[in-house]
Design a protein around this ligand. Structure first.
Ligand code: NIG
Length: 399
């Protein structure tokens, strides 16, 4: 077995306070040692190994964990984005436009489209993704989307309850029944999670509860889209049902913050969606100060947030959600892992999956300080170097 050493690291973020300074567990002049797909040691520069990479004093951190994406879809909605920038409001009904294109695409086409987006994420330092279905909205297309997602990650989320499709417009409860019966049965073999868009214009609190309860009975973990477009029931419902994560959290009332405070449900902020839909930004500071666990994710999707850049999300989280730079980095790594209830990723301590990123910068501050600049010099996924833009197509599975 080959032992790989990334040596002469100026600043190594381990996210393990037992290994280094502060909540980020920082080590200076450090080495990261990987073997068999795992981190086997961290320590001072000069560690022994079979292969060495000279970090040249630059910064190494855990790969980003993107706990909310919708990478499987076809079609283009750039016109919708342009109209929003010209003053039109965002509305969830745009999801149906993507549904039409996704239903018409073959499974091979959907796989190729998702692969290209996943490759883009690797180049941006994302070493683990959650991927949702939700643009099929019929049994066969939802099944195909979950199957496609499964070739890129073991964190697949069944989101049949994204919106009511056109053909069920006058029979929303019949659609909820379909989601909870045939669609769930078809998607269950590929999924680890079930999600619902709990919002006016999508699914109300009772429908959302029915979807999540049925998913739980089928053995799936729970997630929810909540309080994205206005105040509502999503956050409190997710907390009440013990969901590991409730995502968006843009409009938070005091009662929502109280519900999240000191609990286990991660408030996952998706600041690129607030950016791209011209919504107000949530005040993450309030949630963090209340003692709630938080994460940030890209929410890569064609409607509200077409980005694979976690560093862009970090920059928004710091500037507009009032997180510190350290909080934003933790939220984009360990926070995402926590939102997915995973212990094997989001940190660089012995036993963790060897998912690491070398920055072309002396510290993680540059990710926020230099917005829009591609600062990822190298990425390792389970100890294997991910090919760069000019590399081949051997993208790691389960990354
Ligand atoms: O997370 N809110 C629901 N789903 C996506 C938006 C999907 C779309 O507009 O296509 C989201 O923002």
């Amino acid at each position: 077995m080959t032992t790989l050493v990334v040596d002469r690291i100026g600043l190594l973020v381990t996210n393990d306070p037992a290994l280094g300074d502060g909540p980020l567990g920082i080590l200076r002049d450090a080495a990261l040692v990987m073997e068999g797909g795992q981190v086997i040691a961290v320590g001072r520069s000069g560690a022994a190994g079979d292969e060495h990479v000279d970090a040249g004093g630059r910064c190494v951190l855990p790969g980003f964990v993107d706990s909310h994406t919708h990478l499987v879809f076809a079609g283009d909605r750039s016109d919708e984005f342009a109209a929003r920038m010209a003053g039109q409001p965002y509305h969830a009904g745009g999801i149906r436009v993507t549904t039409e294109a996704t239903r018409a695409a073959s499974t091979d086409e959907l796989t190729a489209l998702a692969r290209a987006r996943r490759a883009e994420g690797f180049l941006a330092g994302i070493t683990h993704v959650e991927i949702k279905s939700g643009y099929g909205l019929d049994v066969e297309t939802e099944r195909r989307c979950c199957e496609v997602a499964c070739s890129f990650t073991d964190d697949v989320t069944f989101l049949g309850a994204h919106v009511i499709p056109v053909e069920y417009r006058d029979r929303p409860d019949a659609y909820v029944d379909l989601v909870c019966t045939d669609m769930l049965a078809a998607c269950r073999p590929f999924a680890r999670w079930i999600d619902v868009f709990c919002e006016d214009g999508a699914f109300d609190a009772d429908q959302s509860r029915a979807v999540l309860s049925t998913g739980r009975e089928a053995g799936l973990g729970l997630r929810a889209h909540g309080n994205q477009l206005r105040a509502g029931h999503g956050v409190r419902l997710a907390v009440e049902m013990g969901a590991p994560s409730v995502d968006h959290c843009t409009y938070l009332a005091d009662a929502d913050v109280d519900a999240l405070a000191g609990g286990d449900t991660v408030a996952t902020f998706l600041p690129a969606a607030d950016f791209s839909t011209r919504q107000p930004y949530p005040n993450a500071r309030r949630v963090i100060d209340a003692g709630a666990p938080v994460a940030i994710a890209t929410n890569c999707n064609p409607g509200s947030s077409y980005t694979t850049s976690m560093s862009f999300c970090m920059a928004l989280a710091v500037r507009d959600l009032h997180m510190t730079i350290e909080e934003a980095l933790l939220a984009a790594t360990l926070g995402g892992a926590n939102a997915l209830r995973r212990k094997d990723i989001g940190r660089l301590s012995p036993g963790a999956r060897a998912d690491a990123v070398l920055l072309d910068a002396p510290s993680y501050t540059h990710l926020v300080y230099r917005p829009g600049v591609p600062l990822i010099a190298a990425t390792w996924s389970a100890g294997s170097r991910v090919p760069g833009r000019s590399g081949d197509e051997r993208w790691p599975v389960n990354g």
